[in-house]
Design a protein around this ligand. Structure first.
Ligand code: UD1
Ligand code: UDP
Length: 364
């Protein structure tokens, strides 16, 4: 049996490891352990996804919690080192670009344990993003780079990475979406909020560049205020954003904004149903840009760049940046146009997990 240790820690990791763990199990030749770092720990940022997606309970939880980048990364490294030393898997599998990803990758390579990075090669080319640093460093030290979209191949080639390390496998996030699409349809989330399909917008925001600066966040709220004149907005709020609104003195403004619904973060199935039936999505999430592309739902990304350009060239995504005027003009243009939503990036087909399992078996 090949022994793989899968790392997860933050919300977007759970959808990815769900597809991986299932595909590994299906081979009958791979034994998988799950390590949860505890980077995200609220019930609605973690446990809910294990239930919704049927992910086995983590074998080990490092329970690191929140902290500055240095504190959190270092704490994960300290707590992960004895775990990986004891179990010595054949591979440590890290996903995405969060602090848990780089922390566990770095510990593993220094112990001579091979690291595979799922979602390798993505680049925003914006080093003010903490995730961009995590991506660059993780790719630089990983032994196997599993790429989700074509831009990742080009980026790694440009950086001089040997072809033998790189495999184009597709997008595991989409495996999970396609698997759970029908189940998500049973969600009652629309009736819970009194929403009519295609007559509301969905928002998610959590990037430091949007939610850590009061002027930027307040400007984004200006745009939402105008949009709610035309349709309700459902904004399931990330804990970082909710905390910042409170400390910036903007919480009352949000509470008083008619037509803005701000529940706690939603579970995967409810959020998928909410997104799929919406008129459009406004977000700064990486995963949501990808999901809207497959759902054929227009997506305005309130950022100046994206590390997922396939969502623009092959999908429904547009970049607006965070300025209210730009958000509103993109919103108006979007509502006026008919979207050609039949495109899909290559290998976003529901079989990425299987391709990844095959890569591991052929490397063993
Ligand atoms: C992290 C990732 C980001 C990813 C996002 C997904 C890094 C550098 N950032 O950002 O790439 O897009 O997760 O959601 O790894 N908090 C809670 N409860 C929780 C988790 C966090 O209240 O369960 C609050 C804490 O105040 C914490 C803050 O949110 O300080 C930020 O959490 P953190 O994990 O550091 O970064 P995210 O903004 O969640
Ligand atoms: N998501 C969710 N509930 C929410 C908001 C997002 O289930 O209230 C899901 C979303 O469908 C996607 C993932 O969370 O699968 C994206 O995670 P997030 O935006 O936190 O991180 P990012 O992708 O930006 O790193």
């Amino acid at each position: 049996m090949l022994k793989l240790m899968c790392i997860c820690g933050a919300r977007p990791n759970f959808m990815k490891i769900a597809a991986l763990v299932e595909a590994f199990k299906a081979t009958g030749r791979i034994q998988t352990q799950i390590v949860h770092t505890g980077q995200h720990y609220d019930e609605k940022m973690s446990d809910l996804f294990f239930r919704d997606l049927g992910i086995p309970q983590p074998d080990i939880n490092l329970e690191v919690g929140s902290g500055s980048h240095a504190v959190q990364t270092a704490e994960i490294m300290k707590r992960f080192e004895p775990v990986v030393s004891e179990h010595r898997p054949d591979w440590v599998v890290v996903v995405g670009d969060v602090n848990s990803t780089i922390a566990c990758a770095l510990v593993s390579v220094k112990l001579g344990i091979k690291v595979a990075h799922v979602e390798a090669g993505l680049r925003s080319n914006d080093r003010t993003m903490p995730e961009e640093i995590n991506r660059l460093l993780t790719d630089a030290i990983s032994d196997l780079l599993l790429v989700s979209e074509e831009s990742g191949l080009a980026n790694l080639k440009r950086e001089g990475v040997a072809d033998a390390k790189v495999k184009f496998v597709g997008n595991v996030m989409i495996d999970t979406l396609l698997k759970h699409r029908a189940r998500a349809d049973q969600s009652r989330i629309l009736s819970e909020y009194g929403l009519t399909p295609k007559h509301y917008a969905v928002v998610t925001l959590h990037r430091p560049s949007n939610v850590d600066d009061p002027k930027t966040l307040s400007g984004i709220l200006d745009a939402f205020e105008k949009i709610t004149d035309e349709m309700p907005i459902v904004f399931p709020m990330h804990p970082r954003t909710r905390k910042n609104l409170a400390t910036m003195g903007l919480a009352n403004r949000v509470d008083d904004l008619k037509g803005l619904i701000t529940p706690e973060p939603l579970g995967y199935l409810d959020f998928l149903k909410l997104t799929a039936d919406s008129a459009l999505v406004l977000t700064d999430s990486g995963g949501v840009q990808e999901e809207t592309t497959i759902l054929g739902v227009p997506c305005l990304t309130l950022r100046e760049n994206t590390e997922r350009p396939a969502t623009i060239t092959h999908g429904t995504n547009k970049l607006t940046g965070p300025q209210p005027e730009a958000i509103l003009s993109a919103y108006k243009a979007q509502m006026a146009m008919k979207l050609d939503a039949n495109r899909r990036p290559p290998m976003w087909d529901g079989s990425a997990g299987k391709r990844i399992a095959d890569v591991f078996l052929s490397h063993s």
